[in-house]
Design a protein around this ligand. Structure first.
Ligand SMILES: [Zn+2]
Length: 68
């Protein structure tokens, strides 16, 4: 996630609080840089889980192909 709360992949605002802070800082003419901990957006976790499941399935399929 970018410091302004937007997702670097889909350009959507994923952290509205951070985005609001960023816009408030920009309105004051300041550069916003969040130094606090950045949580992973839920859709990125979902993507990783989906990728892991897919790769796991392909691994099982690959073993089946080798055996059969
Ligand atoms: Zn995204």
């Amino acid at each position: 996630m970018r410091p302004d709360g937007t997702c670097p992949f889909c350009e959507q605002v994923v952290d509205y609080k951070r985005n609001a802070k960023s816009e408030a800082a920009l309105a004051r003419g300041e550069e916003f840089s969040a130094q606090d901990e950045v949580p992973v957006p839920w859709h990125l976790k979902l993507l990783l889980v989906a990728a892991a499941l897919y790769l796991g399935w392909r691994a099982i399929e690959g073993v089946g192909w080798l055996v059969g």
